[in-house]
Design a protein around this ligand. Structure first.
Ligand SMILES: *Cc1c(COP(=O)(O)O)cnc(C)c1O
Length: 377
């Protein structure tokens, strides 16, 4: 059997054809026809008020931090079990992270611990929808409203997933998506900012266009464009948007395939969970997930390392996930050693992500599950 990588980028349909079209359109920089098509597709399918394509989720998070007007010393509440960009985007503005532990079931921020972390300096709550499973957004939005805080959803992994009757990313004041090659819908690098709060509509466009009112100029609202605010270049090229549009058109097919892989893992690993050998992911009913990730929890670091070695010897490449940010060198420099986040620390050592990508075959899933069973016995 050939090697089974953790992730593999793929072509679903018209990606290369659309890239050729973008070249023929004579507009390869940002904000051409394919960027508009992607923005519109995301707005229509997710019921979002405004979506702006970016070159990464990191860029969308940076835009969000600027829109929230984060000033040096402002605090933001965030899980420590997340990707660096969730935190870096706000730290770049001088923000200070206040880390909150995660729930043992979904591994999302523990909403019951948020209120105790609020101080007079708190400005924003940044929930991360881990594995495309929604955080408890009802509680988070209620806390934010009561304390007059903004909410920025890191929905990098949650594209096409929902919480109750709303798509992830469309619930907070702002939402951030990723189309990185390891996510569900891909363009190599890519992302989008979802603007749900109308107060941010104009400024979001300006920040994304290097601090100029270029977008208003193109709509004929001003007669020349000029420098009006801080900003940067957060636009993707039309080549990226063209690739992404082909993937969005086939999003149903992609999600269906990922769900079938996810469900097969879940079914096959159930007996091992019942036998106390491992724990499977938990996805509450109200959080319709998007099969972004299939992970298992082992007993401890030693057992996880042994399983990784066992699977690698069979050319299967599973990977663990985040080093908690509060215990990383930069986190320690910013916050010192004050944090003790027991669930985050324990689960970071126990979690293992299994291969999950569009072209993974049922035979490969079968081989992976059989191998895990062999290891467990
Ligand atoms: C992937 C990811 C990001 C970063 O996305 P990029 O598009 O690579 O910038 C941010 N946050 C989370 C939770 C992610 O999984």
């Amino acid at each position: 059997m050939e090697k089974i990588p953790f992730n593999k980028p793929y072509i679903i349909g018209k990606e290369l054809y659309y890239i050729a079209q973008a070249v023929q359109n004579g507009h390869l920089s940002g904000d051409g026809l394919f960027t508009r098509k992607c923005n519109q597709w995301l707005e229509e399918h997710f019921g979002a008020k405004k979506v702006l394509l970016t070159h990464s989720c990191t860029a969308a998070l940076e835009m969000a931090a600027i829109l929230c007007d984060i000033r040096p010393g402002d605090e933001f509440i965030v899980p420590s079990y997340t990707f660096v960009s969730t935190v870096n985007a706000f730290v770049l503005r001088g923000g200070v992270p206040v880390f909150v532990d995660i729930r043992p079931d979904t591994l999302n921020i523990d909403e019951k611990q948020i209120e105790a972390a609020i101080t007079p300096k708190t400005r924003v709550i940044v929930p991360v929808h881990y594995a495309g499973v929604g955080c408890d957004m009802d509680t988070i939005m209620e806390i934010a409203k009561r304390h007059r805080l903004l909410v920025v959803e890191d929905a990098a992994q949650g594209v096409c997933a929902a919480y109750k009757d709303k798509y992830l990313g469309t619930i907070g004041n702002l939402g951030c998506y990723s189309f990185h090659e390891t996510k569900n819908f891909i363009s190599g690098e890519g992302g989008a900012l979802v603007v749900n709060d109308e107060r941010f509509f104009d400024r979001a466009e300006i920040i994304r266009e290097k601090g100029t009112n270029r977008s208003q100029f193109f709509r004929g609202m001003v007669d020349k464009y000029t420098w009006v605010d801080i900003g940067s270049s957060y636009l993707p090229s039309e080549m990226v948007a063209a690739f992404l549009y082909a993937q969005l058109e086939e999003s149903g097919k992609i999600t269906e395939k990922r769900l079938s892989i996810w469900n097969e893992y879940h079914r096959r690993l159930e007996p091992m969970e019942k036998a106390g050998k491992l724990r499977r992911p938990v996805s509450p009913e109200k959080c319709g997930h998007n099969a972004h990730m299939y992970y298992i929890l082992l007993r401890d670091l030693k057992e996880r390392t042994a399983l990784i070695d066992f699977l690698k010897a069979r050319d299967i490449l599973p990977v663990f996930h985040y080093v908690p940010l509060h215990s990383a060198p930069k986190g320690l420099e910013l916050c010192g050693k004050k944090y003790s986040l027991p669930v985050t620390e324990e689960y970071a050592d126990r979690l293992l992500r299994l291969p999950c990508y569009y072209e993974l075959t049922p035979e490969q899933v079968d081989f992976i599950c059989r191998s895990i069973a062999e290891f467990a016995s």
